[in-house]
Ligand binder design. Structure first.
Ligand code: SF4
Length: 376
């Protein structure tokens, strides 16, 4: 299949692996973070870590949308559904994120809340049109990839004059999260010594490669934007090894078939029309990060669920056994969590990293946990 098979060729992968092994300096360690949950999934699914020499290590980052969603935001959505009796719509993964009081949106549904899974913002808009007597709230989560469809829905709702549609906006921004990682207390103390970063694929199709320039300029670390296929990842790792060996730190783009320096200008313009920066936003694992999320502009306040259904935001700490925060900062790995695979499984997640297939714990549970048994 065009653009699929050619990026999953085993012989080519082994060739690139040989180049990485030949070019990686055995006298040093290379620590690269894959920011994006899609890359975390690809690394686990295709066993890419097994193709790398032991001194080239991949560290999972915070780029999984449901993983970084803090408990307090899920609580807010649940309260809108239970207390204000709205139809609460969101994407499938979001339904199982653990919240306060043993609840999740799915469990709230079992208690009578009208929670519905949608495949797109258009489904939520259609529900609002079908049920003019009900308030419909779309719980909007995700990075720059999922923001444009939310902007389209709000734009359409405004054009249609829909008075029963609103958005609980929890869209977050990738560059701000990278700053959060590189300036985390552990990073400052030398605990997350990254040599470079694999930049996200889908996010970069929207924002382009230019917004990552601050990483080499301010932090002296290379970034290579990569696609989601195994050869994309292997090639990006080779490009990072070469930059490190040559003492260079630049933004390079392996995913040239989809990513340009400027990104999707049309999508960016629509997002800028509907949204503005939140002064601060709480992330799971990163804490409160300034200018790291979006909210609706005052012109679209009528579609802002936080204004329509005032519910004060209350931060809630993670379960004390859960290591999601440290995993999202690249400080720990899933196998470091004492409840991994026992109390916490994809069927019964205790933390958010076990919910989505992009989550580090879910990916390791599905594809890598046999290695823990072999190495223990
Ligand atoms: S295994 Fe579960 S509880 Fe532990 S860090 Fe992962 S998601 Fe959190």
């Amino acid at each position: 299949m065009k653009y699929i098979d050619e990026f999953r060729d085993g012989d080519l992968a082994r060739n690139i692996a040989r180049s990485i092994a030949a070019e990686a300096d055995p006298a040093r360690e290379y620590r690269f973070m894959e920011f994006c949950g899609g890359h975390t999934h690809a690394i686990s699914r295709y066993g890419l870590s097994d193709l790398l020499p032991p001194n080239v290590r991949m560290i999972h980052g915070p780029g999984c949308p449901v993983c970084v969603l803090p408990i307090g935001r899920v609580d807010q959505a649940i309260r809108m559904a239970l207390e204000h009796e709205v139809i609460l719509c969101t994407y499938g993964d979001c339904l199982r994120v653990p919240a306060s009081d043993g609840l999740s949106l799915l469990k709230a549904k079992a208690r009578g809340a009208d929670v519905r899974m949608v495949y797109s913002t258009q489904d939520a808009l259609a529900l609002a049109q079908k049920h003019p007597e009900r308030q419909v709230v779309f719980f909007a989560i995700g990075f720059e990839t999922t923001t444009p469809p939310t902007a389209v829905a709000i734009d359409q709702a405004a054009a249609l004059g829909l008075g029963n549609f609103s958005v609980l906006c929890c869209h977050v921004l990738t560059p701000a999260a990278i700053v959060g990682i590189l300036e985390s207390p552990e990073a400052k103390a030398g605990g997350v010594a990254l040599d470079g970063m694999v930049g996200p694929a889908h996010v970069s199709t929207v924002i382009g490669s230019a917004p990552y320039e601050f990483v080499p300029e301010r932090y002296g670390k290379p970034v290579v934007i990569a696609g989601f296929e195994p050869l994309d990842m292997m090639q990006a790792i080779l490009m990072l090894v070469r930059q490190v060996n040559q003492g260079r730190a630049k933004v390079e783009n392996e995913f040239t078939r989809a990513v340009t320096p400027e990104g999707n200008r049309k999508a960016q313009a629509l997002v800028a029309k509907i949204f503005e920066l939140r002064p601060e936003f709480e992330w799971r694992g990163l804490g409160t990060v300034p200018d790291s999320a979006l909210k609706l502009r005052p012109e679209y306040a009528a579609f802002d669920a936080e204004l329509r259904f005032p519910l004060p935001y209350t931060p809630v700490p993670d379960h004390k056994a859960c290591e999601c925060g440290a995993i999202l900062r690249g400080v720990k790995e899933p196998r470091d969590c004492k409840v991994f695979g026992t109390v916490c499984t994809p069927e019964n997640p205790l933390g958010s990293c076990m919910v989505s297939s992009e989550g580090a714990c879910a990916a390791h549970y599905t594809y890598g946990r046999y290695k823990d048994a072999v190495s223990s």
